[in-house]
Ligand binder design. Structure first.
Ligand code: RIB
Length: 303
């Protein structure tokens, strides 16, 4: 069983700032670092570093070759990534001293996936494979529909939250990976809604799906039908939270592919996300499986 990830590939320009820029203000950045990133790339890397068989589908422009090299070095199949004559997607990221971030994404090549390209990639799938999607590429709804017709299990991380969410065939999704804001928007509730109400509303709206609701330092909730699980967040010193959610998502899905119990998937994903938070950058902060298992063992968090 493999993961096919139709996902973004971005060049991240990460600026360290004393405080996020306000409207009308100009500020100096303390440093600039350039990293591979994109929610799609980060999630593929995390899943592959956790041991899954991952095929990444997407597109880059001429200056994006190093993104493919980063993925390939971790064992991701990059042989079907399109190289187009348009600008590679990029992100402008401010990181403050608390490790929080603000991100602007420019889609570029990520938003040029054609219908024939989608068909070509999906022809490589087998029924039961996982299709992973975020919302940084074009045609998310089309990809869901085509993947469903081929019997794939759809995993959707609706980030950034789609303005056209109501038009997407979300009844086809098997797993939603959401944070509190995305979960509330998906449920049609206020972002201050208690998590119980949130999970109840989500389960009522999409009874076919499982929900993984990440709550930052509040841990993670899992719900499928009447099954409910919780896993705490591991406490680390936050350097940069960029890609923590992506790391969680890739690790969780890799665990599912490997047939591990959901409790174990949650533990591994929580540990990997904690490690990612303790480091700078997106892709470079994602740990490999051995490091994640050592982290859990050091905390006697899993036997
Ligand atoms: O989730 C983090 C990612 O969001 C960054 O790598 C950036 O590229 C944006 O897509």
């Amino acid at each position: 069983m493999k993961i096919i990830n139709f996902g973004s590939l971005n060049i991240d320009r990460v600026y360290s700032v004393a405080a996020f820029v306000s409207p009308g203000e100009t500020i100096h950045a303390d440093s600039l670092r350039i990293y591979p990133g994109g929610k799609g790339l980060n999630q593929s890397l995390a899943a592959a570093r956790a041991g899954a068989d991952v095929l990444h589908a997407g597109a880059v422009g001429p200056e994006g070759a190093f993104l493919l090299a980063e993925l390939a070095a971790s064992g991701v199949d990059v042989s079907h990534i399109s190289r187009l004559d348009v600008e590679t997607g990029h992100a402008v990221i401010q990181v403050n001293p608390a490790g929080q971030n603000c991100i602007i994404v420019f889609g570029g090549a990520n938003r040029h996936l054609s219908a024939s390209y989608m068909d070509e990639v999906l022809a490589l799938s087998c029924p039961g494979d996982y299709l992973l999607l975020q919302n940084e590429t074009n045609a998310v709804g089309n990809i869901m529909q085509k993947a469903h017709e081929r019997g794939l299990q759809i995993v959707f991380n609706p980030s950034p939250f789609p303005q056209n969410a109501k038009e997407l065939p979300l009844e086809l999704v098997s797993f939603f990976m959401v944070n509190e804001t995305e979960g509330a928007l998906l449920a049609g509730l206020d972002t201050s809604a208690p998590k119980e109400a949130l999970l109840g509303a989500l389960a009522g709206r999409y009874p076919q799906a499982a929900f993984v609701l990440t709550l930052g330092s509040g841990g993670v909730e899992y719900r499928k039908g009447e099954q409910r699980l919780f896993h705490r967040a591991y406490s680390v010193e936050a350097v940069d939270t960029t890609a923590a959610g992506d790391t969680f998502c890739g690790y969780f899905l890799s665990g599912l592919c490997g047939g591990r119990p959901i409790e174990r998937c949650l533990a591994e994903a929580s540990a990997a996300a904690a490690i990612a938070v303790s480091r700078s950058g997106a892709a470079p902060s994602i740990p490999d499986y051995r490091e994640t298992v050592s982290f859990l063992e050091a905390r006697r968090a899993w036997r």
